[in-house]
Design a protein around this ligand. Structure first.
Ligand code: ADP
Length: 203
């Protein structure tokens, strides 16, 4: 394995905490990122080893008509059968880790941002020099998820129940980024945080 050249900063936050929005701002100021959600989709694209195994286990019904993974069918299976969640995690997590490492290795900015909804849950915190947890009150998080994904409160809460709570994440992180304000406030906070990260890495 090649060694990466940029230090890795983890950005941990649950669904709807603002990871994508915050990451876009980091990208705008020149920080490259690797998004674990994107990688998780990449490793199950048509033609991938993971998708072949998923198809073998669940049959054609797990595919959409264009051959892509039917994510909502898979979600239903793993919500109702914990042993299937374990199976799918054992299949995909090593592939995801490998691809994340590969993408991190190609980063050339002063640090790489590893954006992950399950950073601690998947133990990817171990590869980070510093970890930032996004702090958003649960009611705001719920509202943002429901309006972005047009899902019920029950569905949003079900997903949140599979992730660490805000406070558990904050307890384990080095820095906290509060994202209950508007976008302009968030951008200003991210810029300050960026300076702080550079200082702590390079002075
Ligand atoms: P994640 O990537 O963590 O799931 P997103 O970045 O997609 O979260 O944010 C969830 C939703 O909340 C999106 O619709 C986004 O536009 C909105 N959002 C994020 N941060 C803010 C903010 N500071 N003010 C208003 N809306 C926000």
């Amino acid at each position: 394995m090649t060694t990466h050249t940029s230090p890795i900063i983890g950005l941990a936050g649950g669904i709807g905490s603002g990871k994508s929005t915050i990451t876009k701002y980091f990208n705008d100021i020149g920080i490259q990122s690797v998004d674990a959600d994107d990688v998780a989709r990449l490793v199950v694209l048509p033609g991938s080893v993971c998708l072949k195994q998923i198809q073998q286990r669940y049959g054609e019904k797990i595919l959409l008509s264009d051959g892509a993974l039917n994510r909502s069918a898979l979600r239903t299976i793993i919500f109702n059968q914990p042993e299937e969640r374990t199976w799918i995690e054992e299949l995909t997590h090593p592939a995801i880790r490998k691809e994340i490492t590969k993408q991190l290795n190609s980063v050339t900015s002063p640090y790489a941002l590893l954006v992950h909804p399950l950073l601690f849950e998947t133990k990817q915190n171990a590869i980070c020099q510093l970890i930032v947890a996004i702090d958003v009150p649960k009611d705001i998080q719920l509202q943002r998820v429901m309006s972005r994904d047009r899902i019920s409160q029950e569905s949003a809460e079900k997903i949140m129940a599979t992730q660490l709570s805000n406070s558990e994440r904050i307890e384990r992180a080095d820095l906290v980024l509060e994202n209950s304000g508007n976008i302009a406030e968030m951008n200003a906070k991210v810029f300050k945080l960026h300076k702080k990260i550079l200082e702590s890495l390079y002075t």
